[in-house]
Design a binder for this molecule. Structure first.
Ligand SMILES: Cc1cc2nc3c(=O)[nH]c(=O)nc-3n(C[C@H](O)[C@H](O)[C@H](O)COP(=O)(O)O)c2cc1C
Ligand SMILES: Nc1ncnc2c1ncn2[C@@H]1O[C@H](COP(=O)(O)OP(=O)(O)OP(=O)(O)O)[C@@H](O)[C@H]1O
Length: 362
C-alpha cells in the first residue's frame, strides 16, 4: 500500500505517530460499523484529502489484518460511500478536484445539494448511516468539544462523527500530503490555505510574494498554521478579484515579517512556579519583541532543570523559529550542552549569542 510505505519510509517521527493514531481510528471504525453503514464526507479540501488517503490505508490494513489473503490485491481502493455537499458558490477548482478524485479512487459518490443538516436528514432517511468520517481538526471553529468519536450534536440526525485527524496540525497535514506525494486541489499552490466559498475566501496574505506583488506562495509554506484561516474573510464588494493586500488587512511587508520572525519564550525558574517571585522578564521580553515586529507565539514557565527545558523545546520545536530562554548562567550552560548533543546547532548558536549579549550588557 503506497501511502503506508511512504509514511513508514519517512524520517519524520511525528508524522509517523500521527499517521499510526489516525489509521488506528479508521480501523476501529471499520471494526465497529458495517461497511455499508459508514460514509465519508469529502469536499476536495486539504483535510478531507488527507482523510481520503488515511481511509484507504486503514481499509487496506483492516482487510489484510483480518487475514483475508485473497483480498490483498483487491483492496488498493476503498469503495466507501462518499458524500459531497455541492453548492453553487464552491470554487470550480474544488468541484473539479472532488469529481476527479472520487473517480480516480473508485469512490461511489452521493452529491447532496442542500445544507449540511437537512442534507444529512435526507441521507439518513434514505440509507442507514451509523458513522461518518469527517476531516475536522482542532482549531476548526466546529471542533470544540469533539473527540475522535463524537455523536452528532443534539438537534442533528443521529450518527457518529469519526474524526481521525482531530489532533493534526496544519504542518502535519502538509507533511503528510507532501511525503505521500498525493494530488491536492490546485488552489493550495496559489496561496489559499483554507477554502470556503468563492464569496468569503481569498489567498492568505501571509503568503503574498513581495518580489512580484501579485502572486502567492504555496499553502505549505505558511509557517504559522494558526493563521491558516486568515484568508477566510469577507471580500469587499469592489474586491471581487484577489490581490496582494488580502482581506485580513496585512500588506506584503507585514506578511513577510510575520513569516520570518516568530519566537517562543521559555522562562526558567522554580521561584516563579512556587509563586514566590513574579516573572517580570518574560513580560518585558514579549513587549520588546512585539515592539520590534516579532510574533511571540507563547510563553512558558518551566522548572529549573534541564529535563523540563528539553521537554518544552521538543513540544514547540515544530512551530517556532527561535527560542529565547530566561534563566541563570548554570542552566544556560546545561541547555547549551543539551542542544549540542541533540544536534540543534542553530539553537545552540542563538543561545550563545543571547548569552553573550546578556554578559556584555550586565
Ligand atoms: C458530515 C457532516 C456532519 C456534521 N455534523 C455536525 C454536527 O453534528 N453538529 C454541528 O454543529 N455541525 C455539524 N456539521 C457542520 C460542521 O460543524 C461545519 O459547519 C462544517 O464542516 C463546515 O466547516 P467550515 O466552516 O470549517 O468549512 C457537520 C458537517 C458535515 C459535513
Ligand atoms: N461541502 C462539503 N461536503 C462534504 N464534506 C464537507 C463539506 N464541507 C466540509 N466537509 C467536511 O468537513 C471537514 C472539515 O472542513 P474544512 O473546511 O475545515 O476542511 P477542508 O475543506 O478539508 O480543508 P480546508 O480547511 O483547507 O478548507 C472536511 O474535511 C469534510 O470532511
Amino acid at each position: 500500500m503506497e501511502i503506508d510505505a511512504a509514511v513508514r519510509a519517512s524520517s519524520d517521527g511525528r508524522l509517523r505517530t500521527k499517521y499510526d493514531n489516525a489509521v488506528y481510528v479508521v480501523q476501529r471504525a471499520f471494526a465497529l460499523y458495517p461497511f455499508e453503514e459508514i460514509a465519508f464526507s469529502f469536499n476536495g479540501g486539504k483535510d478531507s484529502t488527507v482523510l481520503l488517503h488515511l481511509i484507504r490505508a486503514g481499509y487496506y490494513l483492516h482487510k489484510t489484518s483480518c487475514g483475508d489473503e485473497a483480498q490483498i490485491n483487491t483492496v488498493q481502493n476503498c469503495p466507501l460511500r462518499t458524500i459531497y455537499f455541492e453548492t453553487p458558490c464552491a470554487f470550480p477548482e474544488i468541484n473539479s478536484f472532488t469529481y476527479e478524485t472520487v473517480s480516480t479512487y473508485g469512490l461511489p459518490l452521493e452529491t447532496i445539494r442542500s445544507d449540511f443538516k437537512s442534507g444529512l436528514e435526507g441521507l439518513l432517511k434514505e440509507k442507514s448511516t451509523k458513522a461518518i468520517f469527517i476531516g475536522t481538526r482542532i482549531g476548526d471553529p466546529n471542533a470544540v468539544g469533539q473527540e475522535q468519536f463524537s455523536p452528532s450534536s443534539p438537534g442533528w440526525p443521529p450518527f457518529m462523527r469519526v474524526n481521525p485527524i482531530l489532533d493534526w496540525s496544519y504542518r502535519d497535514v502538509w507533511s503528510f500530503l507532501l511525503t505521500c506525494k498525493v494530488k491536492y486541489c490546485s488552489l493550495y499552490d496559489e496561496g489559499y490555505t483554507s477554502i470556503g466559498s468563492i464569496y468569503d475566501t481569498v489567498p492568505n496574505a501571509l503568503l503574498s510574494d513581495s518580489s512580484t506583488g501579485n502572486s502567492f506562495r504555496p499553502a505549505y509554506m505558511l509557517s504559522d498554521g494558526r493563521l491558516e484561516r486568515a484568508g477566510r474573510a469577507k471580500k469587499t464588494s469592489n474586491n471581487t478579484e484577489t490581490n496582494s493586500v488580502a482581506s485580513n488587512g496585512m500588506n506584503n511587508a507585514e506578511g513577510e515579517q510575520m513569516i520570518a520572525r516568530s519566537a517562543s519564550v521559555i522562562v526558567v525558574g522554580d521561584e516563579i512556579l512556587f509563586g514566590t517571585v513574579e516573572d517580570k522578564f518574560g513580560a518585558a521580553l514579549c513587549k520588546k519583541l512585539h515592539e520590534i515586529g516579532w510574533r511571540v507565539s507563547h510563553v512558558t514557565v518551566v522548572h529549573n532543570e534541564i529535563d523540563s527545558v528539553a521537554e518544552e523545546v521538543k513540544q514547540c520545536k515544530s512551530t517556532d523559529d527561535v527560542y529565547l530562554f530566561l534563566g541563570d548562567l548554570g542552566l544556560y550552560i546545561q541547555i547549551f550542552h543539551w542542544l549540542v548533543l541533540q544536534k540543534h546547532l542553530e539553537f545552540a548558536w542563538l543561545l550563545m549569542k543571547s548569552l553573550r549579549s546578556i554578559l556584555v550588557n550586565s
